[in-house]
Design a protein around this ligand. Structure first.
Ligand code: PA5
Length: 432
């Protein structure tokens, strides 16, 4: 399970202040979250989702993933924001170790309006059989809608009348243009429940179908999230989600406006992107909110490390550490030792990586950066399921502590209205 180590925060915020002020606030926020999850028109359906996904709930996803594996080299996932980042995070992290038999290559599109990028994907698909999973809760988001129109035409040119059988549409249970489009064309559909918003949807079909198609064990992912659900529902100052949320908000109140998440392997990049969206969209409103940034370690020690150590002191840092869970790589002994690395001979690369983390954390604390450390179990589908759930519940609690509603994103409409005006779009009432 996830453990929240606050020893690197206490030099900045006393344990007493956390216990007496911020952890009780986390308790109240948790209560509000539970109330939201019980409301008919609420948006916290994800809170109890893992326990609901038992029995045959995942059968349709398993069957479809198998079918895609049989007839496609590539599954083209078209979606943006919460409709792709969770799946991409899990796939990037687990594909190497956990895909027993590599089924289908999962490719992502619809995340930009770049013609160059579209052309690259079209070329890549030229000699490969492919299917499409279009994912959009609203069904009307501009980038994926355009990408779907373009790639569906390609699919029809390639497969003619049977093209529609290769389209899987994941969208709102009842409403939206994508649902109409699916009915008109006969696409297979999957539901995103009404009460689960995009950035909290990784454990719905939005995340699970692409993850399963990539050959990752979604049952283990859900099981891990289920363990997290029972663990983090505890009403206690020891609840790791309360501790993380409380520490963030205490530090924010003390002037730490930016949180950097540092993870210690390049495969965490999309988990970082998912985490940024989760926290940024949930908390950044009403002219407040911690700005979430991501550092890829140890690479960023050689670019952003300087700023973290000695730049403006408005940062807090969250170190994310999961044991690698793969074959260990040991540094060999070399007779001449010209590179001077024999002092590391016989040592495991992950041990060296962990030493880099420990050294960095001590340096950043002494440089005035409060540091949280999140330690999860060895990387696997189960531990990742637990970690995703941990971040979701921590984020919602943290948002409620700061006094915002963590489940909307009213600010994202502003640029769209300008863009549509420039492009001559007629007004409508859809979320786009
Ligand atoms: O968290 C959210 O709700 C958003 O970031 C959405 O995921 C994003 O805007 C994509 O929306 P949709 O799934 O409706 O295409």
């Amino acid at each position: 399970m996830v453990h929240t180590d606050l020893s690197g925060v206490y030099p900045f915020i006393g344990e007493d202040e956390l216990n007496q002020i911020w952890l009780p606030k986390a308790g109240l926020a948790h209560k509000r979250l539970e109330e939201e999850s019980e409301m008919d028109d609420g948006y916290a359906g994800w809170l109890r989702l893992p326990e609901q996904l038992c029995g045959n709930a995942l059968d349709q996803i398993h069957e479809t993933a198998d079918c895609i594996g049989r007839d496609s080299d590539v599954l083209l996932v078209i979606g943006i924001g919460g409709s792709y980042l969770g799946a991409r995070a899990v796939i990037e992290l687990l594909c190497l170790e956990n895909c027993k038999k590599k089924k289908t290559e999962v490719f992502f599109a619809g995340t930009s309006l770049s013609g160059r990028h579209f052309g690259k994907i079209r070329n890549y698909l030229k000699d490969r059989d492919f299917s499409i999973n279009i994912i959009s809760k609203s069904g009307t988001t501009t980038e994926p809608s355009i990408a779907f129109r373009l790639f569906y035409r390609l699919l029809k040119e390639r497969y003619g009348a049977s093209a529609a059988k290769r389209v899987y549409a994941t969208t709102d249970a009842n409403a939206g243009i994508l649902r109409n489009l699916s009915a008109a064309n006969g696409f297979t559909t999957f539901e995103i429940p009404r009460n689960i918003g995009g950035r909290y949807s990784v454990l719905t079909a939005a995340g699970l179908l692409p993850i399963a198609a990539a050959g990752i064990d979604i049952d283990a992912l859900i099981k891990g999230a289920g363990r997290a659900q029972s663990c983090f529902s505890e009403k206690s100052h020891e609840n790791p989600a309360w501790k993380y949320a409380a520490a963030r908000q205490a530090l924010y109140a003390g002037g730490k406006k930016i949180e950097v998440l540092s993870a210690w392997s390049p495969e965490y990049r999309y988990l970082g992107e998912w985490w940024k969206q989760l926290f940024g969209e949930s908390e950044g409103k009403d002219f407040k909110g911690i700005f979430p940034a991501y550092l890829e370690m140890t690479a960023d020690l050689h670019s952003m490390g300087q700023y973290v150590q000695q730049g403006e002191r408005s940062l807090m840092e969250t170190f994310l550490w999961l044991d690698a869970g793969c074959e260990s790589t040991v540094i060999p002994y070399v007779e001449d030792d010209i590179d001077g690395l024999n002092y590391l001979a016989g040592k495991n690369l992950d041990y060296i990586n962990r030493s880099a983390l420990d050294g960095t954390k001590a340096a950043h604390i002494s440089g005035g950066v409060p540091c949280v450390e999140l330690k999860a179990e060895t990387l696997s589908a189960g531990s990742l399921g637990a970690l995703l759930y941990f971040f979701q519940i921590s984020c919602a609690i943290s948002g409620y502590i700061s006094g915002v509603y963590p489940f909307n994103q009213p600010g994202v409409e502003a640029y769209k209205q300008n863009m549509f005006k420039l492009l001559g779009k007629r007004r409508n009432n859809h979320k786009v």
